[in-house]
Design a binder for this molecule. Sequence first.
Ligand SMILES: Cc1cc2nc3c(=O)[nH]c(=O)nc-3n(C[C@H](O)[C@H](O)[C@H](O)COP(=O)(O)OP(=O)(O)OC[C@H]3O[C@@H](n4cnc5c(N)ncnc54)[C@H](O)[C@@H]3O)c2cc1C
Length: 808
Amino acid sequence: MKSHAKVVVIGGGVVGCSVLFHLARHGWTDVVLLERDELTSGSTWHAAGGMHTINGDPNVAKLQKYTINLYKEIEELSGQATGVHLTGGVLLAATEARLDWLRGVVAKGRYLGIELEEISPNEAAELMPLLDPKQFVGAVRNKEDGHLDPSGVTHAYAKAARKLGAEVERFTKVEDIVRRPDGLWRVITNKGEVVAEHVVNAGGLWAREVGRMVGLELPVLAMEHMYLITEDMPEVAAWNAKTGTEIIHAVDFDGELYLRQERGGMLMGTYEKANKPWSEYQTPWNFGHELLAPDIDRIAPSLEVGFRHFPAFQNTGIKQIINGPFTFAPDGNPLVGPVRGLPGFWVACGVMAGFSQGGGVGLALSNWMIEGDPGADIWAMDVARYGDWATMAYTNAKVRENYSRRFSIRFPNEELPAGRPLKTTPVYDLLSAKGAQWGVAYGLEVPLWYAPEGVKDEFSWRRSSDFTQVAKEVATVRDGVGLSEISSFAKYKVTGEGAAAWLDRMLACKLPKPGRMTLAPMLKEDGRLIGDFTLANLGSEGWFLAGSGIAEQYHMRWFEKHLPDDGSVRIEALGAKLTGLSIAGPKARDVLAKATRSDVSNAAFSFMAIGRMDIGMAPCLVGRVSYTGDLGYEIWVAPEYQRAAYQALMAAGGEFGIGLFGSRALNALRLDKNYGSWGREYRPIYGPLEAGLDRFVAYGKDADFIGKAAALAERRQGGKLRLRAFIVDADDADVIGDEPIWFDGAVRGWVTSGGYTHHSKKSVAVGYVPKEIADESDGFEIELLGKRHAARIQAVPLFDANFERMRA
Ligand SMILES: Cc1cc2nc3c(=O)[nH]c(=O)nc-3n(C[C@H](O)[C@H](O)[C@H](O)COP(=O)(O)OP(=O)(O)OC[C@H]3O[C@@H](n4cnc5c(N)ncnc54)[C@H](O)[C@@H]3O)c2cc1C
């Protein structure tokens, strides 16, 4: 075994082997994979080997498509058969709600280049002869489904990597990992030590244990999973003889089942409701090629449905039940990327669909290590989407929920209950008493809307039970004054003698003067957005940044990577140490003036001013800015004072008719103004010009901010896309995001977010289209629940287009 390597990959399952292959293909050949046993000694060997392109996140779906297309290449490169059978498949709906969901999947496929087609149950039965069409209301055909040989694929990756110069060391168990003072990693094994610049944890079933070697508690948990294989079936033999083809794959969402042909019989797997975690605290090191005891009682309810939906199963025997463990992150997507605070330590774990996702994970990780960027929008897989709050108990609750809902519908207005409430702010009970309906962002409870007595969310793809109340909350703001809880923003304090110069380099905006704020896009080297913040200059106190709450860990990883070594700049994520309230609406100043002795007149405290003031008895930091597009204030307050500030504002607001509003009303208010938000309109694949944030970029400032050259090039060349707001001729449903935008009969763009605006009474969709058509006045359509609706671009904000209200 070599003593030094650029990269050590720990784990020879499908994921580790894919990472090794991609590193080598990208030109890094001084790389070694360490496997404690034979390759495929974790979950990989007993997988059902199914692969498919669909995923709830379109960016992950793209990487799944990449993975499936890769198999031919690795087979040719390695000479090792992968056993790929691209049979195609049908996705089945037994309910109308499921069919609505499938139509959304078909629509997404149009701009992802995934060929999906809605078909009738009878057409589905012609493709998949075992199903009873009477049990279903509709179906979708997917040509890119199939299955493969798990071991063959893993060995093909490994052999191809070896041919390119990478090394694989089997029977080499990593026992400890130690960071040296010079930043290199000592990877200590039962056969000696390798010193590496980078370490990748692809430990699969043992990813938690490998993480613990460097003090990391990763949010992954293994679950038991069962599938059965039947005896040979005459129906299968007849079909094979008649058509000369295999029986295609089927996913029966309402039965929570997947099926495919396995030799002369069928394989049927299920994600059962009464699921069971495996090795909740510690994965035993002596586990390897064993299977777990099957428990047919646990899967019996799903099998009953399966035998009804696929009657031929009633006449056949079960040859074998496989029960094996594999790991999940709380939301079921992989954990990939560099780990904050551990330079050179990377993860590629929690991959629950290794044969659909393993290639994409390897590609993204190798790009990231070699180029400094994953090369795709992989937020949905980024390990930084979790923070310390994703504890072992939280992970356990969420993984079990996610497993049990693997094939369940999640409606756009549906909040999932497991692992909650976890983080709450001090006003949580006060807002609950007012009817707050809670959602969650980065583990923190956030009020979505305020329900009158007896009213609750009815889960739906269409406008629902909250519609009237959200309209009232919007009117409260636009006609008077509303108060909302804004603690879910991420807040950062930047101090030190080098702070100003550092921020000038990190952020693309001009730095504000003391007592002032500005909008601050942050770019990567390639000139694309990596953040959007509000930056405030607090004079001698330092600098304050507010940004997307879900991206706190993501942004801290970026900030810390770029901090100077000399200690001249310090940055702290304030998290729950600072809570927030916001008041907005034409009467917001009257309320604030009554609650404070500070002068908040327009002359003394103009738009984008920030300063310290007491609200009631509570010391606060108040900025004159609002995401509602109305006159408004964001109030930052230490948690021990948040209740006092809230009560002072509500008391002062009484005579002005103050009311509470939640994030759904805020969404409607910001859509009136064409304001975008991080994670939706602003993501690391768009340039500032494309995203309409170029007006906040100080292209001419002296500082050589990160991404400056690329941003200048984008401005010169015009980029490729434009963000646009559309008014949709919708009926009873509004966009939620990821719908296709049609132009002149072809899909040309995609929706990033939208909703009903209530104040302007319009259904609004925001999304990206190619710049060539971005100023067309008509010809657009947006596809919603399988139907195309006429849409037209709304170039100026629907509300207060001259920005008078917020500046008044
Ligand atoms: C019953 C069942 C059915 C499944 N069906 C499908 C399916 O149809 N389609 C699909 O895509 N996925 C399926 N999966 C999931 C799939 O198996 C996983 O997504 C995949 O195997 C994950 O691969 P991995 O490389 O991350 O982890 P693993 O396969 O667990 O590999 C990790 C490797 O790391 C090694 N290792 C760990 N720690 C160390 C150490 N300290 N030193 C050295 N080596 C170490 C282990 O020995 C192991 O070989 C199924 C899983 C099960 C259990």
